[in-house]
Design a protein around this ligand. Structure first.
Ligand code: PLP
Length: 387
């Protein structure tokens, strides 16, 4: 059989985090071990029934079985714009300021394709969602500048450490992997800085609805129109596999993203987009979190409490996060060593170093296991053995 070399561009990207870790966990599973999984950020809770029901209904309509457009169905764009009004109090034009995406991951990649040329600089917070650096470095041949986030700054990007003249900046709060959150004042400062320095602000608000203890995540668009914000149905509605998201913001940035997508995809399936409209209808006029989502957040909040308190009892210094479903802490040794040790206890965690070398020594645990299993995991850690 002939062998085929990958492009130099592709060879520069390290394998995706979970590809590197899978063999370690697979080995234990092959031994019949019950692995308690705090790894990937994929909700274990189901999508609300009314959304699933809507898909069933919509997929049967012949018109919904055709190509959509890369800008997305207009009725969903209108629903997203109205949701921005209710949730964040900002006016959005559905015709020029919204693009429906196939999840926010593709938008992270395509926005860079649309606006960054070879050799230009992209600022990427580290640790951060690995696609920011993967998308920018490899496929754009851009110069990716990793700016370390620090615990003492509450994991907020320090603008004084960012290079001036960069073409684009990725920013994400509530944050993966640290669970850190920010306020509107901070987003105003970032947007002002970007405006002054000619940098495009790409704000990834994928976890905007995953908040605790009365905290509600702001939108970068509340800080002003000079940005593009990415949002997602994935974590809000437990719809990761449905692949549906939205990009909202400055008309020039939305136009570029649409043009880029126009060459690559034909939009998310129409019947999924129709279900997206049903999902946003769950929100009332005041933009408050709908009951069904508030119920989900109560489940995550209890798991988060049990895990954080349990880890603290074991001697780890853990912050109770105000957003996301991640718990992030200093494990006191190289992240990969700790991950391996945890695998030997039948526990799957994610090494912080996978999100950026500067986070070596940190661990991310996702609260996608029920409380009883979290307690079993903590007991295994206390005992120092699987059984
Ligand atoms: C920060 C961040 N952005 C974007 C995504 C992508 O989400 P999706 O493509 O499912 O919308 C993720 C997924 O984990 C994420 O953590």
């Amino acid at each position: 059989m002939t062998s085929y070399e990958q492009s130099d561009r592709l060879k520069r990207i390290p394998p995706y985090l979970y590809v590197r870790l899978k063999p370690i966990f697979d080995e234990k599973r092959a031994m019949g071990w019950d692995m308690i999984d705090f790894g990937i950020g994929d909700p274990d809770l189901p999508a609300p029934d009314c959304i699933v029901e809507e898909i069933r209904k919509q997929v049967a309509v012949t018109a919904n079985q055709k190509y959509s457009t890369s800008a997305g169905e207009r009725d969903l764009r209108v629903a997203v714009a109205e949701w921005y009004g209710r949730r964040f109090g900002v006016d959005i034009d559905p015709d020029t300021q919204v693009c429906i995406t196939i999840g926010s991951k593709e938008a992270v990649f395509h926005i860079a394709q649309a606006f960054v040329d070879r050799g230009e600089t992209i600022i990427v917070p580290s640790p951060g969602y690995p696609v920011y650096s993967g998308a920018s470095v490899a496929f754009n041949e851009a110069d990716c500048v990793l700016v370390p986030l620090k615990a003492e700054d509450g994991w907020l990007l320090d603008l004084d450490e960012c290079p001036k003249g960069a073409r684009m900046l990725y920013l994400n709060y509530p944050n993966n992997p640290t669970g850190a959150t920010c306020d509107l004042e901070y987003l105003r400062r970032v947007q002002d800085w970007c405006r002054e320095n000619g940098t495009i602000m790409c704000y990834d608000n994928a976890y905007s609805e995953m908040c605790y203890d009365g905290y509600r995540s702001p939108s970068a668009l509340q800080a002003g129109p000079d940005c593009i914000e990415l949002g997602s149905f994935s974590k809000t509605f437990n719809m990761t596999g449905f692949r549906l998201g939205y990009a909202v913001g400055h008309p020039d940035l939305v136009a570029g993203l649409r043009k880029c997508k126009g060459q690559i995809d034909s939009g998310a399936p129409i019947f999924i987009q129709k279900a997206g409209i049903r999902a946003l209808e769950l929100y009332g006029d005041d933009g408050g979190l709908p009951e069904v989502l508030a119920g989900n957040m109560e489940v995550y909040a209890e798991r988060r409490r049990v895990l954080v308190e349990g880890l603290r009892e074991l001697g780890y210094d853990v912050v109770m996060p105000k957003g996301t479903f991640y718990v992030w802490f200093d494990c006191g040794e190289p992240s990969f060593d700790f991950t391996r040790k945890m695998a030997n206890l039948g526990i799957i965690v994610t090494p912080g170093s996978g999100f950026g070398e500067s986070a070596d020594g940190y661990i991310r645990m996702t609260v996608t296991e029920p409380v009883e299993r979290i307690r079993i995991a903590l007991e295994r850690m206390r005992r120092g053995s699987y059984q």
